[in-house]
Design a protein around this ligand. Sequence first.
Ligand code: MOS
Length: 690
Amino acid sequence: MTGTTGTALGAPAERREGRQKVTGAARYAAEYTLPGRAHAWPVPAAVTRGRVTAVDTSAALALPGVLAVLTPFDAPRLAEPEDGTLAVLQNPDVPHRGWCVALAVAETLETARAAARAVRVTYATAPHDTGPAEGHPDAYEPEEAGGQPGRLEHGDPEAAYAASEVRVDVTYRVPPLHNHPMEPHASTAHWDDDRLTAYTSSQGGTTVRSVLARLFRLPEERITVVAEHVGGGFGSKGTPRPDVVLAALAARHTGRPVTVAYPRRYLPTTVGHRAPTVQRLRLGAHPDGRLTALLHDVTTHTSRVKEFVEYAGVVSRVMYATPNLRSAHHVAPLDVPSPSWMRAPGESPGMYALESAMDELADVLGMDPVELRVRNEPDREPGSGKPFSSRHVVECLREGARRFGWAGRDPRPGIRREGPLLIGTGVAAATYPVQTAPSTATAEARPDGTFVIRVNAADIGTGARTVLAQIAADALGVPLERVRTEIGHSDLPPAPLAGGSMGTASWGWAVHEACTRLAAEPAPPSGERHVVRADTTGTADAESPYARHAFGAHFAEVAVDTVTGEIRVRRLLGVFAAGRILNARTARSQFTGAMVMGLGMALTEHSTLDAAFGDFPESDLASYHVPVHADVPAIEADWIDEHDTHLNPMGSKGIGEIGIVGTAAALGNAVHHATGIRFRTLPLTPDRIL
Ligand code: MOS
């Protein structure tokens, strides 16, 4: 199906914008220094719930260089957004602390910041409820969780569990987590009569344009959205966030180009968080390890602004054979900031719980945890009954075990000592769904023998330009150097976001089709441009007769210091089966990057939802601890070649998210092996370990 002639696909090509990035030449959204450009600084709500009764802007406006202060009472009016988090400065209601209640606009960033601090806001407070979600009287079962039914049940799981010979009933807790991309959310907007241009840090400029069109009641043709370089997103830039709306409002109001660079300390309340989960896992099994029942109950929260469900239970519909299955979600709407996507939303906390519970079951059974997983390998997807398009989780476990040196592991916990250190190893499996969305792309043959690929893809640090050029070169049968890629601009053919690990597959499908057709067509008479446009539909899950997922396995070795409580990771190995790997270098970077994020989830990352204020005290990188180089040991990612013809013309699955799935479980299981103690609340910080 691939029509491969060249060697471009799969090669470890260097990312094309690498030099631009490290030399500072690559431009990010806040760096468009348009003539007359002004800066804006938001004022976050200082109460947990209530209403703004007055905004005194006089002191702010008296500062030299201040252009305006927008308030809920006088900001330009927008159409009602589908996403309630974008209705900023539209009414005086304060749904949660940190909600934007005013915006100061000034000639310089420093003045804007000083002006924001000089704004005096008066509130009428209302009683608030920040949870917890667990046992909350308003908790309900959502219709949908991650695009699937909120609850799925097969057989009679309660009765089957009660009748099981071997049982594990355990509850895991994952705290709120924040994405904290290196580049905070930022947008620069300017109006030219009735044309709006927005430079924005986004994972999907096509969506930003359509959302802005709706909000500002403009045809899409009058809006240009540019996202040339994006300094990470992890889901927090998957849809437009308030920065781009505020920039456009302020630019409209002042008649100047305006940059809103969200201060990092304001991100936690503004751009989403991974909602905390309490997950109860009940596993019933025969003494030989075969599961008789699997019950996965997830409790989480959402805001009152919009419903977002951290769909942690869906992984139990994919992983293991069991005649009795339940995966259900319960969500409590609270007066808290709106949660949203964070790398592998659902799968990441879900597999932490499921794969930790599987380890606990292996322990009770006295069975090797790799063998327990192999024994429960399903021949069809448990939730849907569909056959898998490809599933090599056993191969990942076996290959990982071989490379890691798992054979001969002494299963007894708490017995390997090196002075004050206790040493242990752990394993966990990984899974992430394969999705593709409709995309368009064009391919142009130039008279000089080069080719230009155009698609409004986003490069959020993954190397999208590079891999799309590889897909094109492969389909055209030409050397990689002859292909140029244009992405990150809404004048280019529309494309889905870089999210759901589906960017490359979706964009690449359209690029592949455009190039294949271009190569097959006779060249037009000289002087005419030779351009082919392709519209591809992708395949939604519901339409496919196959269950399509990437799989993997993580192996970890840790040393737990019994004096300080500190956990050091000695080795981390991930082996993945993710279809065809399209660029060995950038793929490895994505796998290991996600594994580092999983390491952070296991050991260091933690946001506290302060019950009194409904806010997160960890609001910067000094308090929200993402792993640093010293925390990251010998980390290795590798993959098994997979040939799956049920995916897309490249045969690829997504790779952006699977690396974080299961990492925390492998580390937690290693900590148990080291210490003999099960810690079921993340992160495993020294205060919990001692
Ligand atoms: Mo990812 S959380 O789909 O950007």
